[in-house]
Design a protein around this ligand. Structure first.
Ligand SMILES: [Zn+2]
Length: 450
C-alpha cells in the first residue's frame, strides 16, 4: 500500500461538476495523488463529519491600499488562508508608470511573503500600458487585464470608450483565453449623482450612499462594455455586479451573443444597505437595498452569476473613518477572512445547493482565469489545495481573529455558521482551528496559452 505525505480521511468531498463524495484524499509533493478509501499517509487529518472543498479562489482582491504592497502581501493573505482561500487574483495598480517598473517587486512579494498563490490583473490607465499588454503577457504570463469605466475620485481614473475599445482589442490579440475585466459604471451618471447627493444629503446613512452610484449607471456601462467586447471579440468579465438592473443587463448582453462572465462579491450577498454596521460597509459600488440583494441571490440560484469574489480592500478603522459619515467615510473594507463563512452561511439561508456555491468560489474562477484543473477541483494531478469546513460551526466575527491588518470587519459582531477548520496549501496543513501553523508558501502563477 502506497504511503502518502498527507491524507485527509473520512470527509465528504464537494467536487464541482461531480457532487458530494465520501472519500479520503492523498497528497504528495504538493499534488493530489489519490482519492479512495482507507488511504495511508505520514500525516493524517481526520475530517470525520466535515466537508472538504477545493481551496477557495478569490478572483477579486486589492492589496497594498493602506500599507505597502509587500506588507499586505503577507498580512492579507494570512487572513485569506485562515479563511480557506488558497489562490487570489490581484488587481495590481500603477496609475502612471509602465507595469514593467513594478511587476518585479509585486511578483517578488507574492513569491516571498504570501500565504496563497496569486495571479495578477493589471489595471490599465494609460496608452503606454495598453500598448505593453503583449509584453506583460510574454514576460509575466498575465492573461487578464482590468479597466475602470468610472474611476473613483482621488483613487483611480476613468477610461473613455475609445481607450476601452483599444484595450479590449489588445487583450483579444493575446489569445482566445484572455480576459478583459471591467468595473462597469457610467462615469457621468455617477458624477452627477454624487454631486446631487452632496448637496441634498450632507449627512445620511449607508442606505443613502446607494444613490451616489445608481444601479442604472451600472447597467448602462455593462451594456456599453458588452457592445465593445463583442466588437473586439474579447471575453468580458464584469466585476462586482451589484444590482437588479446590472443582472438584467448581463442577460441582455448574453442574449446578444457577448461572451460574458459575471461576478458578484460576498459583501453584496451578505450585507444590505440597512445593515447595523453602517459605514463600515461603505464601498464602491455600494451595498444596496434588500431588494437588490435578493436579485443577486436569485442570479446565484439561476446561474446568471458565474463567480464570487470579495473586492477585499483592507483598511484600518482610523483611516476608514466611519464617523466621517456619508461623505467622509472611505470606501473599501477587508473581506477575505469572512469570504467563505459568509457564502456558506447566507447560501444555506437562501437554500442554494452547496455544490453551486463551491463551484462559484472555486471551479468557475479557475476556469475563467486559466488555472483549471490545477486549481478549482479535487482530482489526482491537481494542486493539493483544500479547505476542511465544519458546516455547522457557529462563530461570531471578531476582527482580531481574522488575522489581517484591519481592526474592523463589515461583518463584525455577526454570527456566521460554517467555518473552515483547516486549510491545506500545496499538500501541507497551513492553518488549523483558527491558527496559522506553517510559514508562507504562496507563489505567483504565470499563465501560459492553453
Ligand atoms: Zn475591486
Amino acid at each position: 500500500m502506497t504511503k502518502h505525505d498527507l491524507v485527509v480521511r473520512n470527509g465528504t468531498l464537494v467536487i464541482p461538476g461531480i457532487g458530494s463524495v465520501a472519500a479520503d484524499v492523498a497528497m504528495a509533493d504538493g499534488k493530489i495523488v489519490a482519492l479512495g478509501k482507507n488511504l495511508v499517509g505520514d500525516e493524517v487529518y481526520d475530517a470525520s463529519g466535515k466537508i472538504v472543498l477545493p481551496g477557495i479562489f478569490d478572483p477579486h482582491v486589492h492589496i497594498g491600499n493602506e500599507m505597502s504592497f509587500e506588507e499586505e502581501a503577507e498580512s492579507e493573505t494570512r487572513a485569506a488562508v485562515l479563511g480557506g482561500v488558497t489562490t487570489i487574483g490581484i488587481f495590481i495598480r500603477s496609475l502612471e508608470d509602465s507595469y514593467f517598473k513594478h511587476l518585479p517587486s509585486f511578483r517578488a512579494a507574492m513569491d516571498q511573503r504570501a500565504y496563497v498563490d496569486s495571479i495578477f490583473h493589471p489595471q490599465l490607465f494609460t496608452d503606454q500600458q495598453i500598448d505593453e499588454i503583449p509584453g506583460y503577457t510574454r514576460e509575466y504570463g498575465i492573461r487578464s487585464y482590468k479597466f475602470y469605466m468610472s474611476g473613483m475620485p482621488g483613487i483611480v481614473k476613468s477610461v473613455s470608450d475609445d481607450v476601452l475599445l483599444r484595450g479590449f482589442q489588445n487583450v483579444a490579440s493575446i489569445g482566445a483565453d484572455a480576459v478583459a475585466c471591467v468595473h462597469c459604471e457610467t462615469g457621468y451618471l455617477v458624477a452627477r449623482a454624487r454631486a446631487e447627493l452632496t448637496v441634498n444629503k450632507p449627512q445620511g446613512t449607508l442606505a443613502d450612499w446607494e444613490s451616489a452610484h445608481p444601479a442604472d449607471a451600472e447597467a448602462l456601462a455593462i451594456r456599453t462594455a458588452a457592445y465593445l467586447a463583442k466588437v473586439a471579440g474579447v471575453h468580458l468579465y464584469v466585476v462586482h455586479v451589484s444590482s437588479q438592473q446590472g443582472i438584467a443587463a448581463v442577460k441582455l448582453a448574453r442574449a446578444d451573443g457577448t461572451w460574458l462572465t459575471a461576478e458578484t462579491i460576498t459583501p453584496f450577498l451578505g450585507i444590505s444597505s440597512d445593515d447595523v454596521n453602517g459605514f463600515l460597509a461603505k464601498m464602491v459600488p455600494p451595498v444596496r437595498s434588500p431588494e437588490h440583494r435578493a436579485a443577486l441571490w436569485q442570479a446565484v440560484r439561476d446561474g446568471t452569476l458565474d463567480t464570487v469574489g470579495t473586492d477585499n480592500t483592507s483598511r484600518r478603522r482610523a483611516s476608514k473613518n466611519p464617523q466621517g459619515g456619508l461623505h467622509g467615510a472611505r470606501p473599501g473594507h477587508p473581506s477575505l477572512g469572512t469570504h467563505l463563512p459568509v457564502l456558506l452561511h447566507h447560501g444555506r439561508l437562501q437554500g442554494i445547493p452547496l455544490e453551486r456555491l463551491v463551484d462559484m468560489a472555486t471551479r468557475k474562477p479557475a476556469q475563467t482565469y486559466g488555472l483549471y484543473p490545477h486549481k478549482g477541483t479535487i482530482a489526482p494531478g491537481s494542486d493539493a489545495d483544500l479547505v476542511v469546513v465544519d458546516h455547522d460551526l457557529e462563530r461570531v466575527v471578531r476582527p482580531a481573529e481574522l488575522r489581517g491588518m484591519s481592526d474592523f470587519s463589515p461583518f463584525e459582531g455577526k454570527t456566521l455558521r460554517g467555518w473552515p477548520v483547516a486549510t491545506i496549501k500545496g499538500g501541507r496543513i497551513v492553518a488549523r482551528d483558527g491558527e496559522i501553523i506553517a510559514p508562507p508558501s504562496g507563489r505567483y502563477l504565470p499563465r501560459t496559452a492553453p
